[in-house]
Ligand binder design. Sequence first.
Ligand code: AP5
Ligand code: MG
Length: 214
Amino acid sequence: MKIVMLGAPGAGKGTQAIKIAEKYGIPHISTGDIFRANIKGGTELGMKAKAYMDKGELVPDEVTIGMLLDRIKEADCGNGYVLDGFPRTIPQAESLTAALEKMGDKIDFALDIEVPDEAIVKRMGGRRACPKCGATYHIEFAPPAKEGICDKCGAELIIRSDDKPETVKERLDVYHKQTEPLIRYYRGAGVLRGVDGTKELESVFQDLVSILEA
Ligand code: AP5
Ligand code: MG
C-alpha cells in the first residue's frame, strides 16, 4: 500500500501517518523529519535545508526529489509506505509518478486532511515535538503523560523552530500557492480521498482507516 498524505502544515499529516504506518506495518517517511535529522546531525544537506525551513519556504526540488526517490528504494519499502510532506509541488508529484511508473507501480491513495487556516494557527501554537523519535504532541489536544517528556522514548520535547506565528503564516501561504494544486493532480489520478481534519484525532484516524479498507 503506497500512500501520500496531503494537507496544510499542521493539518495532522504526521500524527495520522505515524498511526497508519504502525497499523499496517509500513514505514512512515517524512521529508520534514529527514531534513530535521540532517540539521541536527550538522550535514551539508541539513545546512542547505535549514535556510529555507526557518523562513517557512520550501527546500528546492533539486535537493528534495533525489533524496526521497532514494529513500523509497530502500528494502523496508517493499510493502509500501506512507509519505508525509512529499510531494509538495507539482514537479515533485510528477517525478514520483514517473519513478513509480518505471517500476510498473503507482500511488494507491492520496489522503487529504482538510483543516481551515484558523484552526491550523491554534494547533501550531500548542505543538510539541520529540527531537529523537519524531512523535508529536499538543499541550491541549494530545498531551504527553508527563509534561515535556516523550511517551515513546523519554526524550525532552521541543517547540519546532518553524512554529513561530510569522513562520506559520508564511508556510500557509506557501501551502496554498505550491502544494494545494496537488489535490487536483491526485483527483485526476483517481486516488484522492478527503477527510474532515477538524474532528478529534482518533475519529480522523477511523475515517482514514475506513477509506483504506473500503
Ligand atoms: P514538515 O515537517 O512536513 O511540516 P508541515 O507540512 O509544515 O507540516 P507539519 O509537520 O507542521 O504538520 P502536520 O500536518 O504533520 O501536523 P501534526 O501531525 O504535527 O515540513 C517542514 C519544512 O520542511 C517545510 O516548511 C519545508 O521547508 C521543508 N520540507 C519538507 N518537505 C518538503 C518537500 N517535500 N519539499 C520542499 N520542502 C520540504 O499536527 C499538528 C499539531 O496539531 C500537533 O500538535 C498535533 O498534536 C495536533 N493535532 C493533530 N491532529 C489533531 C486533531 N485532529 N485535533 C486536534 N489537534 C490535532
Ligand atoms: Mg509533520
